[in-house]
Design a protein around this ligand. Structure first.
Ligand SMILES: Cc1cc2nc3c(=O)[nH]c(=O)nc-3n(C[C@H](O)[C@H](O)[C@H](O)COP(=O)(O)OP(=O)(O)OC[C@H]3O[C@@H](n4cnc5c(N)ncnc54)[C@H](O)[C@@H]3O)c2cc1C
Length: 559
């Protein structure tokens, strides 16, 4: 088994991982980044279009940290960890400037200030952007900066599979799989940072790329770390519905930010019935559910969506500010300057995940986490533009505190050490996963179950049915193994995806109320008396709760 030793191991290749690696390397430490796909290009970060939230006051001089904080916590239905939100809003502007220093070019106003657009659920326009390819601009700048740092070693097409513990039970790196050589690789480190993003791929209709299969959640669970709020899966209101091959692809919120209007098949601007004040710029949970209802109640379009219309805007606005969206539809022969788009909700973002504190530490010693794999920052519903800020703010913090730990351990002369026996045991368990089940068929069954019963609307009956099916799938896969014929990565991801599906479904059954993205038809109201708390999904599949930090805003003491 090949072994690599370093000070800081970063698992993931998206915005959070790259930012963490940059920060750790700044402390003169050896850093290894392990990424399942091409660095900077395999996660959601590079696909992000709409923007990055930061209080800069260029468009709105009366914007403030307080307003950004309130928008985020109210948008998250008060399930956010308020200490983390405070950090997010205060540090987002500086991390944006870091990105500019790495070479990112954001759209500017004529007077040279950074342009900011309105986004859903935000009381002021504070979303900075680079046209509608913000994530690409950010990812490439981060990648350039990483390449400039000679203490960072990058291992692409390497999938982390299990976290490794030392003899005292502290995380000491990861067992990985080199996907090209189809061989195992051990990376040992003083400090390990998990930045593998979410798991949109457990749904059949999603904005997420193929790499987003929730491996990080499973690595954390298997190492003994609980996950919080796994039921909180955001469905973006506007994914493409037509043609079929494009189903689920994101239609950025910037379209509504720039003035896009939603109509049902009867020509009614239906948001006035759901949120007359904020209309199309209500929070995502509200808009997604409104669209879902319109379609379900028979007011949907021919292809099962609603219309999103920009034709009232000058062509120039569409061509300059929504250029990617224009091209995205032109590819299919639809000119959005002249006809409306058809859109429907699509699985987009995981608000739950690995719990972290202000230092991005997880409950497991020597393990840090940042980005979408973590839970707590966004509560029950994430505001558009807050995820990119999250990757940079907490990526930076994870890199910093992991570096501090690694330096302390190095100063004490410690070396990350793991017994050979433990490694061999982990490795043999990996190969035991392989067998006969067709991973594509297993995925199909899993995704259908998740869409039918653990989607936008949930109920006790449906969730119980889903859990039963997922448990059957898990049993089948455990007994017969998964065929690696279509690819080793595909096989191992499939096993992980079932675990993530179970975590989401069991947590959704446990939370008997509706809050943010989690809507229960049998408990349609938010219940602050009993459920203003995090769900905690434990490694053995059982559930508990944990108090929410409401130190600054407590909805129970408001009028
Ligand atoms: C289409 C789209 C548009 C979006 N637009 C916006 C927007 O405008 N504004 C906003 O704020 N947010 C937006 N988001 C959300 C935001 O992009 C993500 O939440 C955020 O970028 C996640 O960053 P991350 O670094 O945590 O994960 P990602 O960027 O998803 O990166 C995850 C990385 O982990 C790697 N990985 C996964 N598993 C393993 C493993 N087992 N071993 C090794 N590596 C692994 C992957 O290869 C990938 O490189 C958008 C999301 C999508 C999908």
């Amino acid at each position: 088994m090949e072994r690599v030793t370093c000070d800081v191991l970063v698992i993931g290749g998206g915005g959070a991982a790259l930012r963490a690696a940059i920060e750790a390397a700044r402390h003169d430490l050896s850093v290894v980044i392990v990424s399942k796909g091409p660095l900077g290009r395999s996660g959601c970060t590079v696909m992000a279009e709409g923007g990055y939230n930061a209080v800069l006051r260029t468009e709105s001089p009366d914007d403030s940290f307080e307003l950004h904080f309130r928008d985020t916590v109210e948008g998250g239905s008060y399930l956010n960890d308020q200490r983390l939100v405070e950090i997010l809003v205060r540090e987002a502007p500086d991390r944006l400037l870091d990105l500019e220093n790495y070479g990112a070019v954001f759209t500017r106003n004529e007077d040279g200030t950074l342009a900011q657009r309105p986004f859903g659920g935000q009381s002021r326009p504070r979303t900075c952007y680079a046209g509608d390819r913000t994530g690409h601009e950010i990812a490439m700048a981060l990648l350039d900066e990483v390449r400039r740092l000679d203490r960072v070693r990058t291992l692409e097409n390497v999938m982390a599979y299990r976290l490794i513990k030392d003899d005292d039970g502290r995380i000491a790196g990861a067992l990985c799989l080199d996907l090209e050589r189809e061989d195992t690789l051990v990376v040992l480190a003083h400090a390990t940072i998990l930045a593998t993003g979410g798991a949109g791929q457990i749904y059949p209709v999603t904005t997420n790329p193929a790499y987003k299969t929730g491996d990080g959640y499973v690595m954390a669970l298997k190492a003994g770390c609980p996950l919080i709020d796994m039921e909180m899966v955001q469905f973006h209101p506007t994914g493409m519905v037509y043609p079929e091959s494009a189903r689920g692809i994101l239609v950025t919120e910037a379209v509504r930010g720039e003035g896009g209007r939603l109509y049902n098949a009867e020509g009614e601007r239906f948001m006035k019935r759901y949120d007359p004040d904020r209309m199309e710029l209500a929070t995502r949970d509200v808009v997604a559910r409104a669209i879902y209802r319109e379609i379900k109640e028979g007011r949907g379009t021919e292809h099962g969506g609603v219309y999103l219309d920009l034709t009232h805007l000058p062509d120039e606005v569409i061509e300059t500010k929504l250029e990617t969206t224009l091209r995205q539809f032109l590819r299919y022969g639809i000119d959005i300057r002249e006809e409306p788009m058809e859109v429907a909700p699509t699985a987009h973002h995981f608000m739950g995940g690995v719990p972290i504190n202000e230092r991005a530490e997880t409950p497991l010693p020597r393990l840090f986490a940042c980005g979408e794999v973590t839970g707590g920052v966004h509560g029950a519903n994430r505001l558009g533009g807050n995820a990119l800020a999250d990757t940079q703010v907490f990526g930076c913090r994870a890199g910093l505190y992991a570096a501090k730990l690694a330096r302390r351990l190095r100063a004490r002369g410690e070396r990350p050490r793991v017994s050979r026996l433990r490694l061999l045991d982990l490795e043999s368990k990996l190969w035991e996963r392989l067998g006969e089940e067709d991973p594509l068929e297993v995925r199909r069954e899993l995704r259908k179950t998740m869409w039918d019963h653990v989607g936008l609307e949930r109920s006790e009956r449906g969730l119980k049915k889903a859990i039963k099916r997922l448990e059957e799938l898990k049993r089948r896969v455990e007994e017969r193994g998964v065929d690696d014929g279509p690819g080793l990565r595909l096989a191992l991801e499939t096993v992980n995806m079932i675990e993530v599906g179970l975590a989401v479904a069991r947590s959704a059954l446990f939370r008997r109320e509706s809050r943010g993205a989690h809507y229960r038809t049998d408990y349609p109201e938010r219940d602050d008396e009993n459920w203003l708390k995090h769900t905690v999904y434990r490694p053995d599949g059982s559930l508990g709760t944990k108090p929410v930090d409401v130190s600054r805003i407590d909805p129970r003491s408001q009028d």
